[in-house]
Write a protein that binds this ligand. Structure first.
Ligand code: FES
Length: 122
């Protein structure tokens, strides 16, 4: 019986996204192993982070600005290197916000390039 060199949860997931994509943009939201993941390249380094905002679950669709991913809904800002919340959501004072419910940092993953495609370790 052959054994896998890594447990299934540590198996890198190959994403069929060419690294050439980053010639035209700094980040992209994609699905990896059933999870929405933001892939970003900043100063030649690759980053992968869960792409669901900790505030109300909106997708982090806006293009990353340097190391910062911005939620388009209420402009919460996250560091793509660590998943840490850099700035909380900007909401109207009359709208209650369950700040204590924020689950940060967002999960981050190792991402590597292989043969021009990206691999993410989930
Ligand atoms: S849902 Fe992202 S900041 Fe509100």
């Amino acid at each position: 019986m052959m054994r896998s060199p890594m447990p299934p949860c540590m198996t890198p997931r190959r994403v069929a996204i060419s690294t050439r994509l980053f010639e035209h943009r700094s980040s992209v939201l994609t699905w990896v192993g059933g999870r929405p993941v933001l892939l970003a390249r900043v100063e030649g380094k690759l980053y992968a982070m869960d792409a669901v905002c900790a505030h109300m679950g909106c997708a982090l669709l806006s293009e990353a600005q340097g190391h910062t991913a911005v939620c388009p809904a209420h402009e919460a800002r996250y560091d793509v290197r660590t998943g840490q919340l850099l700035e909380p959501p900007r909401i109207k004072p009359e709208i209650p916000c369950e700040m204590e419910a924020l689950q940060v940092p967002l999960r981050t993953y190792r991402v590597t390039e292989r043969d021009g495609l990206l691999e993410v370790d989930l």
